[in-house]
Design a protein around this ligand. Sequence first.
Ligand code: 5RP
Length: 227
Amino acid sequence: MDKELMKKVAGQEAVKYIEDGMTVGLGTGSTVKYLLDALGKRVAKEGLRIIGVPTSNRSAKRARDLGIDVKSIDDVDHIDLTIDGADQIDENFQGIKGGGVAHLREKIVAINSKKNIWVVDETKMAKNLGSFPLPLEVTPYGSTHLFKRLDKMGYHPQFRKNAKGGHVLTHADNYIIDLKMHYIEHPHELEQILNNLTGIVEHGLFLDMVNMVIVGDENGSKTYHAR
Ligand code: 5RP
């Protein structure tokens, strides 16, 4: 089964958890795209009344184009459910996000949601985190010094660059540094270290955050209850 189909299956399964009247956090990425397509169809066919809270300009535009009402997180008083993608999920349902440069907004929306669901294709599931580089959103100011510090700490940092060789910029015009660590033995310890480094606006470790993971595979989809 091809990867696109596995993403589609996961996105389409997740839309079943959205109920009339909900305020729904809308994640970012190619798997969430399928969720948005399926949600747009439900809105059109069933007259589902939901408010979407997008985590990126891309998701906001797509949702609007599909007829889904969207509001900024600061214009809603709660979020019932957020559905998002992930870059890697370990066997304890800890995750890495930020491959699509949106992890700051994604984390803000996730921590303000009553429930979080991740939708992924089966290639994202791993025993341990780390083979996917861990994204950090960092302030441009002082970033070369932060980079050197991360390098000395043995975290194998790399600035994320665009095709023209410039820095990839986040929604807040910050830079991304990816940590090519290959293996993260103790995610909670690393989280504490990164939380304490000045200049990191937010890192892509999403720990103890997801309630349900929907994995698209060659047989359809599997749903895991994480916590
Ligand atoms: C964006 C993210 C995405 O959720 C993550 O990159 C997964 O994207 P995709 O579904 O395209 O693989 O964290 O910052």
